[in-house]
Design a protein around this ligand. Structure first.
Ligand code: RIB
Ligand code: CA
Length: 316
């Protein structure tokens, strides 16, 4: 089976880092490009982090394109759990790799237009606010034909929000972008908090990740230790949810996930519920479902998969 062409849109971010490192050693994926966006951190930092992660993971061959520096309409908000740099306490070397001269939006429109023309659509992995993709769709709506599906980490359907009572960070950080994507009729696989809160990385996992990572062991141990949210009231244990790596795990092992079809919407007007994602499970909207929402995850299976992939760095 030929490798799956993917573009990874992200806002590194500690969990984005784990997702990228997992993808880098997965030959099932042909990573066409990485498109950092303003999210967990301002763009200059998510871009720098992405370049550093490519060097950390030995994948400087993958082009990185600078994305949007602000959400479409709302004021920027940033992550609360990724530390000052977005990479916790981890200090990586100054990146030698530089971003491509082309913007992320131009890369998306050029690449997806060509993919549509060839009849070889690309899978979009959305790990942060979807500003880049929404902007590209506005600039060139026909690129939708070049997207096989969007596998996104974001939203909260039966789960409460993690940034506000109702809303998950990626969607809240740019709800208008999410609205453009949700109304595009591009097939979506939604890994929301409903899924990611089933996969909690606890302090017990830290040594496993450290041992698995070979030359990355120190960095992985640092990142995982920082990711310990200490919120047992919320998650039922110490630790933090494995958000973004679930997108990569879904592509590698979809059998570990159970989904339910629904039409998905996002609230863009209410001050109280801005960014809330709503699932039309029973066809009340009269609109056809556009998403497979992940409702159940084999948590140990996913953690084992990520650990196995990270252990490949030991051999590198
Ligand atoms: O709500 C979790 C999401 O917000 C993850 O993608 C994390 O990296 C942050 O961007
Ligand atoms: Ca992210």
């Amino acid at each position: 089976m030929p490798p799956l062409p993917v573009i990874i849109d992200c806002d590194p971010g500690i969990d984005d880092t784990l997702a990228l490192l997992t993808a880098f050693v997965s030959p099932e994926l042909d990573i066409l490009g990485i498109t950092p966006v303003c999210g967990n951190q301002p763009l200059d930092r998510t871009l720098r982090n992405a370049l550093q992660i490519c060097e950390l993971g030995g994948r400087t061959d993958i082009p990185v394109y600078a994305g949007c520096a602000r959400p479409l309409l709302r004021a920027p908000i940033h992550g609360q759990f990724h530390g000052k740099t977005g990479l916790g306490n981890t200090v990586l070397p100054e990146p030698v790799k530089t971003a491509e001269p082309t913007s992320a939006v131009r890369f998306l429109t050029d690449t997806l237009r060509a993919a549509a023309a060839r009849g070889a659509p690309v899978t979009l992995c959305a790990l942060g606010p979807m500003t880049n993709l929404a902007t590209a769709l506005r600039m060139a709506p026909s690129i939708a034909g070049g997207i096989a599906r969007i596998v996104m980490m974001g939203g909260a359907y039966r789960e409460p929000g993690n940034r506000t009572m109702t809303s998950e960070f990626n969607v809240l950080a740019d709800p208008h972008a999410a609205a453009i994507v949700f109304s595009s009729n591009i097939p979506i696989v939604a890994l929301a908090l409903d899924a990611t809160h089933q996969v909690i990385l606890t302090p017990d996992h830290v040594p496993q990740f450290a041992q698995a990572g070979g030359r990355l062991s120190t960095t992985l141990a640092e990142l995982m230790a920082f990711w310990d949210r200490n919120d047992p009231g919320r998650y039922g244990s110490r630790g933090g949810p494995l958000h973004d790596p679930l997108v990569i795990a879904y592509l590698l092992a979809p059998h570990l996930f159970t989904t339910q079809r629904a039409r998905i919407f996002v609230e863009c007007h209410s001050e109280l519920c801005m960014g809330q994602t709503i699932a039309d499970w029973y066809g009340k909207s009269g609109l056809a479902p556009n998403a497979d929402i992940v409702t159940r995850v084999d948590a140990e299976g996913v953690i084992g998969l990520v650990l196995e992939r990270l252990s490949r760095y030991a051999a590198k």
